[in-house]
Write a protein that binds this ligand. Structure first.
Ligand SMILES: Cc1ncc(COP(=O)(O)O)c(C=O)c1O
Length: 391
């Protein structure tokens, strides 16, 4: 089936955080929202069909997870990433952030250090700090918008005995797909300093330009034994509102300790719609995903070329993965607060402030998972606002 990702969308009755929370987040309603990481795009038809079929039954009692649910997840990883997961070491979770919080809570103590590389998804900071742990950060090196691990600094940080290292694989917001060589070096250092790895692989299906994702735990048995991995159909297939993610554990002991927390909260069952949607996504969503990636690539090329041609003060590059672009706005000459205010009040754009990811002043994150006409309007707004600013 051919999907048209440029079809006009209407989220006005969608109860979406991205649109309905614009006023409370940005202070005004006349904003094009390009912030939170979901897509202004309809999901794959087999997912809609599966949910409609389930809805038609009209009975929505407690669910029981069939074997086929985790089989679909394991098959997807084998097919797409050549990662053979032990079916007994897979678990259900509501979301990756709740799962991350659980790992932090169960595998570290208050005031322990937790290491991660910045700039990075803001919830890494929030989850660590909300649980009374200390964020220990290693800043990525940047050269011509290519971000890489500063291994000297990373090792220095590992020497400070963090309890966990949270890997973002691939890395939001800079879009890096870590190479095998980089992952091996990271993993060996974590083993050397006896630091458990939590690998957040939520963006791992969003590989652009033919890049290949390498699941960190698939690299070796030693790495697998030292890693908890988070994956989710919700990012790949735009199902965040259904709240179902997957955790892959190194062994039974870690799985039991982790899941005890959820059992105590009595949160162990999928809701009836996520149950059928996730399975349909992994079994029948590949065709949609391949077309989506082409659409995302096209949108990214559009934004990059638009900036180069019309707004040279804003620089960007084509990330290796995700549907998020990292904008370098430093040449606008604005400080952090001024830049946020400029984007909101002059360009009428709702972007993510780079500082929330631990970046220096001057960076913004742009979500391009939308029909092209939304981006065209956004880029024109930005162009007009920049021209007013520099006049
Ligand atoms: C790296 C990363 N992890 C986790 C999440 C959110 O996961 P969830 O919605 O499953 O809690 C995001 C959302 O953008 C993300 O970028």
């Amino acid at each position: 089936m051919k999907y048209n990702f440029n079809e006009p969308i209407d989220r006005s009755k969608n109860f979406s955080a991205k649109y309905d929370e614009v006023k409370s987040k940005f202070g005004r309603g006349d904003i094009i929202p390009l912030w939170i990481a979901d897509m202004d795009l309809k999901v794959a038809q087999p997912i809609i069909d599966a949910i409609q079929e389930r809805a038609k039954q009209g009975i929505f009692g407690y669910t029981s997870r069939p074997d086929s649910y985790f089989e679909a997840i394991c098959n997807w990883q084998k097919r797409r990433n050549n990662w053979q997961i032990d079916r007994n070491l897979v678990g259900f979770n509501l979301g990756v952030v709740p799962a991350l919080c659980t790992a932090i809570k169960e595998f570290s103590e208050e005031n322990d250090k937790i290491l991660f590389m910045t700039p990075v998804y803001s919830e890494f900071f929030d989850s660590v700090e909300n649980w009374g742990r200390i964020a220990l950060t290693s800043e990525l090196k940047e050269e011509n918008y290519h971000y890489s691990v500063d291994f000297d600094d990373f090792e220095e940080k590992l020497k400070q005995h963090p309890k966990l290292f949270i890997l973002c694989n691939p890395h939001n917001p800079v879009g890096r797909v870590w190479t095998r060589e980089e992952l091996v070096k990271i993993g060996e250092l974590c083993l050397k300093y006896n630091v458990m790895v939590v690998s957040d692989e939520i963006h791992s299906d969003l590989m652009l330009w033919g890049n290949k994702h390498i699941p960190f735990a698939s690299i070796s048995e030693e790495f697998a034994n030292n890693t908890i991995t988070f994956i989710s159909a919700t990012k790949t297939f735009n199902l965040a509102g259904l709240q179902a993610s997957t955790t892959v554990f190194p062994n039974k002991e870690v799985k039991e300790k982790f899941e005890r927390f959820w059992k105590r909260m009595d949160i162990t069952r999928n809701n009836c719609f996520s149950l059928v949607a996730v399975e349909a996504a992994y079994n029948y969503g590949e065709e949609w995903l391949e077309q989506l990636l082409t659409h995302i690539e096209g949108n990214m090329i559009y934004v990059k070329e638009y900036c180069e041609k019309n707004i040279p003060q804003i620089k960007t590059y084509l990330p290796e993965s995700t549907y998020l672009m990292w904008l370098d706005c430093r040449d606008l000459g604005l400080n952090g607060d001024e830049l946020v205010s400029f984007m909101v009040n002059e360009a009428h754009l709702g972007l993510n402030d780079g500082r929330s990811f631990g970046a220096k002043n001057g960076f913004m994150r742009l979500n391009v998972a939308c029909p092209r006409y939304i981006l065209e309007k956004a880029m024109d707004n930005l162009n007009i606002a920049v021209n007013r600013l520099i006049k």
